[in-house]
Design a protein around this ligand. Sequence first.
Ligand code: SAM
Length: 389
Amino acid sequence: MNSKLGHGLDLNKTQDQIYKEKFVSSLRAYVLNDLANDMRQDFEKNIASDNDFSNGFEVHKAMQGREIFSRYSSIRCAAQEMVWGSVIDEVNNNIEYLREQVETYSKQAEGSLKLDPDFEIPKYYTSLDIHLMPGNYEGRVQGANSLAGSVYDNGFNVFAFGAMGEQFNDIGMSMANCVRLKFPDLKPETIVDVGCTIGHNTLPWKQTFPSAEIYGLDLAASCLQYAHARAEAMNIKAHFRQASAQALPFDDESVDVVFSSMFLHEMPVKEIRKFMNEAHRVLKKGGVMIHMELPPNDSLTPYDAFYLDWDSYYNNEPFYKTFRDLGYRDLCSKAGFPEDAFFESVMPRYTYVSNDIFASAISADASFDENTGRLSDGIQWYGFGSQKK
Ligand SMILES: C[S@@+](CC[C@H](N)C(=O)[O-])C[C@H]1O[C@@H](n2cnc3c(N)ncnc32)[C@H](O)[C@@H]1O
C-alpha cells in the first residue's frame, strides 16, 4: 500500500490510522496471494484428480464443501468490509478540510465539471451497495454532501495493496498505451472514460495523448466533484460530466476513443448492450472502443472461471458472472462493430515493465493463465474492444 495518495486531497493521517489501513491492506494481500494459492493447491491435489469439470459453476459446487474455500471466502468478505470501514471515519472526521480543498482546487480549474441536479439515477444502481461499499458511490449513508470520492480514493488505496500503480493509474496507463501501440495512426482529439469514478484511470489518457480533450463520465455526483478537484490538484486537465453510459452526451461520430475500466460488469446485460450501442454511435469512423475487464469465462480453465466468479456470489456484484458468461466479440458485433475488428490483449502492468516488454505483449495473441485479471502479485490486465469502420 502507498502511504500517501500523492495529491492535494490527501488527508493528514495519524500513524495509528496509517497502521490500521496497512493492516487491512496486508490482510487483503494475504487472502488474494497466500490463501488463494492454498485453495488452488487443495483443488488440484484433492478434487481435480478424481473429477472432470466443464465450467466454473461445477468447480464452485465442488469447492463449497472444502474448508479452505470457507476460510478464503469468510476472510475475504471480512477484509472487503474492513477496507471501507478503515477509512470512512477518517474521511468524515476531515470533511470540512476536504470540502475546502475540493473548493480551492475546483476554483483553479483548467478542466471542468458539469453536474445535473435533476439527473435520474437508475434502479439497478440504487438498489445495492456494490462490492459492499456502504452507500455505494454516492455515499448515501454518509449524507448527501459527504465526499464519497474520498472514501473511494482512500479505500481503493487499501484495496489495491500497491498492485495498481502510483495513484492506482496503471489500468489507464496500460489501456491508453495499448491503444497507442495497436493503432499508431490514430491521433485522438476526444477521449471518453465511462464510469470514471474518481478519474484515476481517466488522467493517464491525457498523459498518453496530451493534445486530446479528456472526458470522465459517471452517475455519481460526489465522486465526480472529487475527481475534478483531484485532477486539478495533479495539474492534469480533464472534463467531468454527470451522465449515463446509456445516453452519452456527445454527437454522432464525434469521439475518437471510448474507454471503460472495471465498469461493464457492474451493469445488467440490457444496460451493457445500450452502452455498447451508444459507444458505436458516438465514435468517429476509425475510432476505437476499449474496455478493461476480467476475461470472459470461455477463455479460462474451469478453476480460473470459478475463481474470478467469486465476486458475483459473495461480494455484492450480482451482474459479474452474467457479464463474463457473454461472448465479448459477439457483444461488440451486436452493437454494430465489424466481427473482424474485434481485438483482445493480455498485458503486463505498463508502469511496472519496460515499453519493449509491454509492446511485445500487445503485439502477441492474447494468452490466458491464472494471472490474467486476478488481483495478486504478477497480475496481467485484460482488455478488449473494436474499431468502428
Ligand atoms: C467499479 S467503478 C469503475 C472504476 C474505475 N473506472 C476504475 O477504473 O477503477 C464503476 C463506476 O461506474 C459508475 N456507473 C455505474 N453505472 C453507470 C452508468 N450507467 N453510467 C455511468 N456510470 C455508471 C459507478 O458510479 C462507478 O463510479
